[in-house]
Structure formats: structure tokens, C-alpha cells
Design a protein around this ligand. Structure first.
Ligand code: ATP
Ligand code: MG
Length: 367
């Protein structure tokens, strides 16, 4: 069994708020798993149930093969780090980190050894004598992580630990958490609504919506093969483009017909799309799979459409082109040197090998 297992876990607040709706999740030993999804989707509730801070309404939670539904939080051997790190303001960093161990009656030399070890790992040795108000946000967050590390828990649970930090510090702390995980090789479950954090930190990510896990898998697998339209749109920035249209058959070929243009579908996708002939479908294409024909080698009349350039966002390393085509506005990520005139009409090419199709009724991925 996985090190942390959730089986048909449900959380209902009062009589009607279903915060978590029948979740099944297996987290292996030493794995870094990220729960990601929009606000209110049940991420924190899931984490708090693993920690024992919230009781599951239904289902079973196992930690290291032990059923823990009735085990109080303090006996689960799990450490949690929150967004508001809640350090004791009157204690120095050292005491903040030592506190939980002292409370549990660890001998002084052992406490000292653990605090110094953790401080070394986190690079905060020189800050140990400072009080929280004498530390920056990032340094405080490190102390909070240190407080968790000294306990040598079975697993770490993080609930949006970086969201109080400014953008630059967030990126830096993200890298440090990554390194920390490599160093201490302990299971981590990490909650965020930021898909970039999810993609970069997770060995696996669980994308949640409305209390349900939409997809669980390795980040690239989720990125390349989203289970449904929601996952496709949530993971990736700028988000995947979606266009409504229908599947059209002509001369033994299949096309996606938008109304104002049509594009040919690659042969290997025929089998799954054939039954949609004459029916509505949603076409999904990522911004980096759309090219200006002038810069593309794979252009054919079958995968090229005309689009007018409405807005350009220059990002430095790349440009985001907002293009109007047919009845849709789509975004393309192109090279920084590719800067068409606003209002000009360009021919854009879709990489149809990487295109996706979704059923409009279920929004599930077809191919
Ligand atoms: N104590 C509570 N009583 C009633 N409803 C609650 C309670 N706690 C959470 N909820 C509801 O449960 C749902 C899930 O909440 P949860 O805090 O798990 O979301 P989240 O995914 O962590 O969101 P966020 O990204 O905003 O932190 C929300 O609809 C929320 O309003
Ligand atoms: Mg939350």
C-alpha cells in the first residue's frame, strides 16, 4: 500500500457543503505530491484530513499502513507548514525550532543537534538568534520549515507555504523546497493554486475541482494528456485555446470545421474521432503549438488559417499574440523576434499532432 492512502474520502460540512467528494489517492514513500486547483476546490480540507486537523465524514485514511481516522493529529507523526507560518514572536528562531521537541521531552543535546542540522540544511544558521520580527518573509518561512524538519516526521504537509512572499522570493523558495526534498528524501504533500508551482515541484500532481480529483499523474503526462477540458485549461500558461466546431468528413479525410475555417486532422486520430462526424466537438491547442506561417516549416494549406493580430504582449524571451480567427480569439506564444503589426492578418499554423479534442457534453478528452 502507498505510504499515505485516501480511500473514498469525503468531507461534508454541516448538511450541504461537500468540500471533498470521494477522493482516492495513493502517495508513495518519498514522493512529492502537489494538490492543485482553484480556490474552494477542497485542497486544504484534504490536507487537513491527512494531518488529522479535520475529521473525514466518510472513507478511510491510512498512513504507513495504519488506519488513522481515529488517531489524533499529534500522534500521526506528520508535520504541517502553513501559509501564515505563525512563529512565536517572542522566541528567537532557535527556540521556535526547538519548541516542539522540548515539549515532547527530548534531551537538550538531541534538540540542539537537530536544530543545528535543520538550520544548516536551510542555510539559516546565522539567523538562529533573531526573533521573527528581525527576519524577512522568506527567512521566517525557512524557520517555519525548520520547525517541521527537526521533528523528523514521516511526511510533510504544506498548505500554500509561499503565497505570502513576493514573486521573486517565491521562485527562490520554490527552488529551495525542491532541493530540500532531494536532500531529506521525505514524503511531501503540497497544496497550491499555482499551476507553475505544481508543475515544477511535483513528482506527481493531483488536479482538483469541486472536491474531486480530475487527474493524478506526473506533471508532463497531465500537461500532454489532460483527462478533460478543465485540466487542459488549468495547467499551462497562457492557457490552452479551445474552439467550438464540428468534425467533417470529406474524401476519406476528417476535418475540424470551425465555421469560418477548417483544418485537417492527422490520420492517427481518425479512429477515435470518426464517430463524431457531423457532430459538435471542442478543439484544444496549446499556445506554443501555434506558429506564424512565416516562421514555420510544417505549414500546409490544411493546417493553416488566417487570423488578425489584436494584441501583442512582449514578455522578453517570447511574445504572446492574441489572434482573432473565425469566431474565436486565440493566443499564440511565439519567438521574441516575431512581432507582427497590430491589425495585420497573418497565416497561422496549428501543430495538429499535438492538438486535442474534447467531447462537448462530458468535456472529457477524446484524443
Ligand atoms: N469549516 C467549514 N465550514 C463550512 N464550509 C467549509 C469549511 N471549511 C471549508 N469549507 C468549504 O469547503 C470548500 C473547500 O474548502 P477548502 O478550504 O478545502 O478549499 P481550498 O481548495 O483550500 O481553497 P483555497 O485555494 O481558497 O485555499 C469550500 O467551498 C469552503 O467554503
Ligand atoms: Mg486552502
Amino acid at each position: 500500500m502507498a505510504q499515505i492512502s485516501l480511500r473514498d474520502v469525503k468531507k461534508v460540512y454541516g448538511h450541504k457543503v461537500t468540500a471533498v467528494d470521494n477522493i482516492n489517492l495513493g502517495i508513495e514513500n518519498k514522493e512529492f505530491v502537489v494538490l492543485v486547483g482553484p480556490s474552494g476546490c477542497g485542497k486544504s480540507t484534504t490536507l487537513r484530513m491527512i494531518a488529522g486537523l479535520e475529521e473525514a465524514s466518510e472513507g478511510k485514511i491510512y498512513i504507513a499502513d495504519r488506519l488513522v481516522n481515529n488517531v489524533p493529529a499529534k500522534d500521526r507523526n506528520i508535520a504541517m507548514v502553513f501559509q501564515n507560518y505563525a512563529l512565536y514572536p517572542h522566541m528567537r528562531a532557535y527556540e521556535n525550532m526547538a519548541f516542539a521537541l522540548k515539549l515532547r521531552g527530548y534531551p537538550k543535546p538531541e534538540v540542539d543537534k537537530r536544530v543545528k542540522e535543520a538550520a544548516e540544511i536551510l542555510g539559516i544558521t546565522r539567523l538562529l538568534q533573531r526573533r521573527p520580527k528581525e527576519l524577512s518573509g522568506g527567512e521566517r518561512q525557512r524557520v517555519a520549515v525548520g520547525r517541521a524538519i527537526v521533528r523528523k516526521p514521516l511526511a510533510f504537509l504544506f498548505d500554500e507555504p509561499l503565497s505570502n512572499l513576493d514573486a521573486k522570493m517565491r521562485v527562490q523558495m520554490r527552488t529551495e523546497l525542491h532541493k530540500l526534498h532531494l536532500k531529506i528524501q521525505t514524503t511531501m504533500v503540497y497544496v497550491t493554486h499555482d499551476q507553475v508551482e505544481a508543475m515544477t515541484l511535483g513528482d506527481k500532481i493531483a488536479v482538483m475541482k469541486d472536491g474531486k480529483i480530475q487527474q493524478f499523474g506526473a506533471p508532463l503526462n497531465v500537461y500532454n494528456k489532460p483527462a478533460n477540458k478543465f485540466v487542459g485549461g488549468f495547467i499551462g500558461s497562457p492557457p490552452m485555446n479551445f474552439m467550438d466546431g464540428e468534425i467533417m468528413a470529406k474524401n476519406n479525410d476528417l476535418y475540424f470545421a470551425e465555421g469560418n475555417f477548417r483544418i485537417k486532422i492527422p490520420k492517427e486520430k481518425y479512429l477515435k474521432l470518426k464517430s463524431y462526424t457531423g457532430k459538435k466537438i471542442i478543439f484544444g491547442v496549446r499556445p506554443e503549438c501555434i506558429y506564424d506561417k512565416l516562421f514555420a516549416s510544417m505549414a500546409t494549406p490544411d493546417n493553416t488559417v488566417r487570423a488578425s493580430c489584436e494584441v501583442i504582449e512582449t514578455m522578453g524571451a517570447e511574445n504572446h499574440l492574441y489572434l482573432s480567427t473565425g469566431k474565436h480569439t486565440i493566443v499564440a506564444v511565439v519567438d521574441a523576434s516575431n512581432k507582427p503589426l497590430i491589425g495585420s492578418v497573418l497565416e497561422v499554423v496549428f501543430d495538429m499532432q499535438k492538438s486535442l479534442f474534447f467531447d462537448p457534453a462530458t468535456e472529457k478528452s477524446i484524443v
